[in-house]
Design a protein around this ligand. Structure first.
Ligand SMILES: NC(=O)C1=CN([C@@H]2O[C@H](COP(=O)(O)OP(=O)(O)OC[C@H]3O[C@@H](n4cnc5c(N)ncnc54)[C@H](OP(=O)(O)O)[C@@H]3O)[C@@H](O)[C@H]2O)C=CC1
Ligand SMILES: CC(=O)C(=O)O
Ligand SMILES: [Mg+2]
Length: 762
């Protein structure tokens, strides 16, 4: 197990919070506030109209205000992490943090509210009046036993979900981790002996949930600061007494002798190495106190190398932290307008998380955690919060459970559509691409991964196969199998691997290349060498010979080099020169940019051909194409060089039978702004903002795409290569495994697109 691998000083933590705008949160208007008209709509007098509409029908607040996507994170600061009662104001950094995590992980808008009282009734009175403002209430870091009374009263009084996350969020994640730790160590919940340290909000809720899931009451010893809870002990309130069990143990150390599981929800350093030494073989140790666990993983592992260890922190393996739950649980609850978050929804979330951890892991997750290898095992029993699949899987499970248990006021009619919307929520490109993904699933193809020895290529191949998008064929040597097992694949031999040194197909590949180039000076021996030694040549020959339907390469050499190797084997399509498209997605808008990959200065014919093909590509992704030929000039003003080809391309398209809108030349400010088009250039034929920008040359296209990605942090996928006679995609060397999966999906969709490609028109 690795040491904690995120290190920072106290100064760095203070600097992080104080730098620039103090704190971690700001509010951004979701409507334009630019003009007098905007203001009169947003505020008086326009705002009176929604006011009256809501007064007449309160449910309209969900469509006319932010309520339905807004959650308050509310605390009085009586149990801030494991730091104790430090007051409402001091809890604000945690509550701000939680609010931004809601946004980051599940696109739930959230605001922190710190309520300055330790009196439960005053707290209840303050919060219970806030119902109109929010779609849900997340109570946080409120100490037991007041938290139980507060939550029960607010649930009773309010008709929106009220959820004390330290109780139920923690319980859900703990249950998910425990299910998997038991799975790995061959235990069942009904047989395990558990010691819980802490008898507060988190500890009691975790214990109740695992008991509801099958752990027998008498198998759980709960301890507080005074040690184990047993019938007749002093200093127990009703919430603690409910978990008192007969036991001779009078200390945590005694309770731990022979125990299978330790759940720590207490305070830093409450457990020693000697204590865990006495636990059963392969002990399960969840030391979840924050910010410092009851025992650190290195200490626990030193005492018990056979242990499965989890903490609440992101810098050790196995982060059992409620951040894995609350964003996604509220997402699901808000989306069905649930009246509450009930046991069924909690158990659905726990099972969804547990199941997800057992599936193969995408590369973003490894990247977000410093390249640590993740696959189901003792160091990976729970998904990591950066796992991009969480946003789809957990809310959908919660929403379904809400519907099945009758608390959904707005049930979801089409679950598949909802899941696609969830996927798109954090990544607008994925909504555009979801059609391509669905199409690939419906018609899976064999995709040759030319660089089958590369780790991120293998991750992509695994995800491609497990996603049901098709069959990966890996070009590489025998060691590919070992690498697959290192990545957690249980049956590596089930993957198809083509070795360019000893595959029975090598002879056919050599024949093919030799036949193609013998009259251009190529000797047979040279063809053999190329096939044996160059994976792109071999893979491209395999594609040409029908051994795969599509091919993907690019991560080990510059784009232009891969492209020329591939074009040496595979012909250009009988049409335009190949070209590249970047897909840029930003705040709900998706724009294609071309040619970002091949021709430095296209001719008018090439520009027109690029427009035609790019429009077809946009259609395939469900977009109605609107092409703008862009420049620094707009309709001849100012006059400039190098715009004649763009203007000629427009004229050329005018002479052809096209089925899409195009216009130009124009600046990108006009191209992307329909109001400006109407106002200043009423003759423009575009009926909306352009969604395809054909750029004046490779320089501007390529630079724009890369600049947008680098500066804006927008999603920029590409280049997607068009114009080859067979579906080949060349990824940029910087591609992540998710980018590769998307390109593979697009490439396999390209199989059919190429078969029915439009005739050359430009
Ligand atoms: N990983 C995660 O996601 C989460 C972790 N937590 C962590 O759980 C801990 C408790 O939080 P919460 O339940 O909200 O707080 P509470 O104040 O409600 O409960 C704290 C409990 O811990 C007990 N306790 C404190 N110190 C010790 C000790 N040295 N030995 C035994 N018991 C001790 C207290 O005992 P007594 O009753 O005798 O005072 C009390 O029962 C915190 O460290 C928090 O960070 C909480 C939520 C989520
Ligand atoms: C994670 C969390 O909520 C806590 O430690 O209190
Ligand atoms: Mg908390």
């Amino acid at each position: 197990m690795s040491e904690s691998n995120v290190k920072f000083t106290r100064d760095e933590a203070l600097d992080f919070h104080s730098r620039g705008r103090p704190g971690k949160i700001e509010i951004i208007a979701s409507k334009p506030m630019a003009t007098q008209r905007d203001l009169s709509l947003a505020y008086s007098p326009g705002v009176a109209v929604p006011v009256e509409a809501i007064a007449e029908d309160p449910s309209r607040a969900y469509e006319l205000t932010a309520k339905g996507n807004l959650v308050a994170v509310i605390s009085n600061g009586t149990a801030i992490l494991g730091l104790g009662n430090l007051g409402a104001l001091a809890s604000k950094p945690v509550m701000e943090g939680k609010a931004v995590l809601f946004k980051r992980f599940a696109d739930v808008d959230s605001i922190d509210l710190e309520v300055d009282t330790t009196d439960a009734q005053r707290f209840i009175d303050a919060v219970s009046l806030l119902g109109p403002s929010f779609g849900g209430i997340n109570l946080e870091d409120i100490a037991a036993p007041e938290c139980f009374v507060i939550e029960a009263a607010l649930k009773e009084k309010m008709n929106i979900p009220v959820f004390h996350d330290d109780q139920h969020g923690t319980a859900i994640i703990t249950a998910a981790g425990l299910i998997n730790a038991c799975h790995l160590t061959g235990r069942t919940l009904k047989d395990i002996r558990v010691v819980v340290n802490g008898a507060g909000a988190a500890a009691i809720a975790c214990t109740e949930l695992i008991k509801a899931m099958g752990v027998p009451h008498n198998n759980v010893i709960m301890c507080d600061r005074s040690g184990p809870l047993y019938p007749g002990r002093e200093n127990m309130d009703q919430f603690k007494s409910a978990h008192a069990v007969p036991t001779d143990a009078r200390s945590l150390a005694e309770a731990l002798v022979g125990a299978d599981v330790f759940l720590g929800l207490s305070a830093a350093r409450a457990v020693s190495g000697d204590m865990v030494k006495a636990m059963a073989p392969q002990p399960i140790i969840f030391a979840m106190a924050n910010p410092d666990p009851e025992i650190t993983p290195p200490e626990a592992k030193a005492a018990r190398p056979d242990a499965i260890v989890a903490t609440g922190r992101s810098d050790y393996p196995n982060q059992v932290n409620n951040v894995l739950g609350f964003p996604f649980i509220f997402r699901g609850a808000l989306d069905v307008r649930a009246t509450g978050i009930n046991e069924e929804m909690k158990i659905a979330a726990a099972n969804a998380l547990a199941e997800l951890a057992r599936e193969a892991v995408p590369e973003e997750v490894a990247a977000a955690y410093g390249g640590m290898t993740h696959h189901f095992g003792p160091d990976y029993i729970i998904p990591a919060p950066f796992d991009p699949r969480l946003i789809e899987i957990v809310p959908a499970a919660v929403a379904k459970a809400a519907m099945d248990s009758g608390v959904a006021q707005k049930p979801i009619a089409d679950m598949a559509k909802y899941r696609a919307e969830l996927r798109a929520r954090l990544n607008p490109t994925s909504s555009v691409l979801s059609l391509a993904y669905e199409a690939a699933k419906a018609n899976p193809k064999r995709v040759l991964f030319a660089e089958g020895e590369e780790e991120n290529v293998l991750r992509a191949a695994i995800a491609f196969r497990e996603g049901g998008y098709g069959t990966p064929v890996l070009v590489g040597r025998e060691e590919v199998y070992d690498k697959l097992s290192e990545l957690g694949v249980e049956d590596p031999q089930s993957y198809e691997v083509l070795n360019s040194r000893n595959s029975p197909l090598v002879g056919r590949a050599v024949d093919f290349i030799y036949a193609k180039h013998q009259r251009h000076g190529l000797l047979r021996r040279a063809a053999e060498r190329m096939v044996n030694q160059d994976r792109n040549t071999f893979a491209a020959a395999m594609l040409a010979l029908g051994e795969g339907d599509a091919m993907i390469t690019g991560t080990t050499r510059p784009f232009s080099q891969s492209l020329s190797q591939v074009r040496w084997v595979i012909d250009d399509e009988n049409g335009p020169t190949p070209f590249g498209i970047h897909v840029i997605a930003s705040r709900g808008q998706t724009v294609l940019i071309a040619d970002t990959a091949v021709t430095e200065r296209p001719t008018a014919e090439q520009y027109a051909a690029i427009a035609i093909r790019a429009a077809a590509f946009a259609r395939r992704m469900g977009q109605e194409p609107r092409v703008a030929f862009v420049s620094y000039t707009t309709f001849g003003n100012p006059p400039g060089r190098h715009i004649a080809e763009l203007r000629d391309a427009v004229k050329l398209l005018d002479t052809l039978q096209t089925d899409f809108e195009y216009e130009g030349e124009m600046g990108p400010d006009v191209a992307l702004n329909h109001e400006a088009q109407e106002k200043y250039y009423p003759f423009s034929r575009l009926t909306g903002p352009a969604n395809i920008l054909v750029m004046p040359g490779l320089q501007s296209a390529n630079i724009s795409a890369k600049l947008i990605k680098a500066l804006g942090g927008e999603v920029a996928l590409g280049p997607y290569l068009m114009g080859m006679s067979l579906p080949v995609q060349i990824a940029p060397m910087t591609a992540s495994s998710s980018d590769l999966v998307t390109l593979a999906v697009l490439a396999s969709g390209g199989v059919d697109a190429i078969r029915r490609a439009p005739d050359r028109k430009g």
